[in-house]
Design a protein around this ligand. Structure first.
Ligand code: ATP
Ligand code: MG
Length: 383
């Protein structure tokens, strides 16, 4: 009788001809998530099994598996030969000694000599004989003993389904570059795109010496937290302080944020193309702040050709906060820090910047030279 963790996958089965590819990427992601823990990973039809691991690592493995996108559900269970006595011994292990229960069988092997109903009755009957304090309730049982009869002569026996992270295996939807600040929203945006199978790389802008190392450390910590969900464990940073100084010195104050954002997008696009990323990702949500109006979005989109994905565009702040808490980034995001956007913040930022006015003001700047200087400040941190 071997202890195993049974992993079922989610939308992969929808992918028809690509199924083999999706399964392979999923397997690689599982292996990566389990790195450093002794285990074996097996693929059986429609499932992955983690086997041959130390009993005391069960919780750790489950935690890691639960954060891998593509995992629909998982169960801690037992793998046994599928003869009746072995299945019964395993059922005894996972069944509590009292309360209501039922046995539920899934037969992948349709040639198995007993039907699902017969197996339910047989194993359920033996459990009742051995444990008189058990009672059958097929509608609302407190416990379910699940039997999964596999095609390779084994049966998986378990008691519970735990919900997985859902989504698609990271890497099956190409690569995107997340503009990550130290705020609440952008980490959530990165999580959401990783959940849809995107390989998410990270880019952060700072304004040293106006912003300090604390701000950078905070973003590194957010990146570390995100890497648990297969988001890149590498953070690229660029300094935009000189750009902010020039905008502040030369351009209309109400356009400070608008103009800075256009630089951020240009720099992000350049970085993205270098690393083969096919889109930019931001944490913008419509109307949340002055720069996140449709006019603000128009003005920053105008300087890039890559698509800009904004997974939070229709979310309210409290909905975003809920996800941030669920994925564990909220506590870090709310630590006080100074974002480069708040340095030189005008009293009245333009809410509906007119593109022609923005472009007119921008002519006062040497865009190419400012870009070059920012790109030269590039640092890369492995987390
Ligand atoms: P967040 O909570 O993600 O900071 P926000 O509500 O503070 O978002 P803004 O400051 O307007 O909104 O930023 C909008 C988006 O622009 C962010 O979600 C992020 O994707 C990007 N962004 C803002 N500041 C930075 C920065 N310093 N470095 C990289 N990206 C940034
Ligand atoms: Mg912010």
């Amino acid at each position: 009788m071997e202890k195993v963790i049974i992993i079922r996958y989610a939308e992969i089965h929808l992918k028809g001809k690509n199924r083999g590819y999706f399964e392979r990427v999923f397997g690689v992601n599982l292996e990566r998530a389990l790195k450093g823990i002794r285990h074996e990973l097996h693929r059986t039809s429609g499932r992955y099994l983690v086997a041959n691991f130390d009993e005391e690592k069960t919780e750790e493995i489950c935690g890691r598996v639960s954060r891998v996108f593509g995992v629909h559900s998982y169960s801690v269970g037992l793998c046994v030969p599928y003869d009746l006595d072995s299945v019964y011994e395993a059922a005894k292990e996972v069944c509590p000694r009292e309360g209501t229960f039922k046995v539920e069988t899934h037969r992948a092997d349709k040639k198995y000599p007993m039907t699902s109903m017969e197996l339910n009755a047989h194993i359920g009957g033996r459990l009742l004989d051995d444990f008189p304090a058990l009672r059958v309730d097929v509608h609302t049982p407190a416990h379910t003993v699940c039997l999964d009869i596999r095609e390779n002569g084994t049966a998986l026996v378990f008691g519970k389904f735990e919900k997985g992270a859902g989504g698609m295996p990271v890497g099956t939807s190409g690569k995107g570059l997340l503009l990550i600040s130290g705020g609440i929203d952008s980490p959530v945006a990165g999580y959401m795109m990783a959940k849809r199978g995107m390989n998410v790389e990270l880019l952060h802008f700072h304004s040293y010496p106006y912003t300090n190392d604390g701000a950078k450390e905070k973003v590194k910590e957010l990146a570390r937290l995100l890497s648990r969900y297969s988001v890149s464990a590498k953070l690229i940073t660029l300094n935009v302080a000189h750009i902010q100084e020039q905008i502040h010195a030369k351009c209309a104050a109400e356009l400070n944020v608008t103009l800075l954002r256009r630089f951020m997008f240009r720099l992000a696009e350049k970085t993205a193309k270098e690393m083969g990323a096919k889109c930019l990702i931001t944490g913008e949500s419509l109307g949340q702040v002055a720069s996140q109006t449709i006019e603000g979005i128009t003005s920053s989109n105008a300087v890039v050709t890559l698509p800009v994905l904004r997974p939070l565009i229709g979310f309210d702040k409290d909905e975003i906060v809920l996800v941030a808490k669920k994925i564990g980034t909220f506590e870090t995001s709310v630590l006080p820090y100074e974002d480069c956007c708040t340095v030189f913040l005008p009293d009245f930022p333009a809410i509906k910047p007119k593109l022609s006015f923005v472009e007119e003001e921008e002519k006062k700047l040497d865009v190419e030279a400012l870009m070059r200087e920012a790109l030269e400040s590039r640092e890369v941190f492995s987390l």
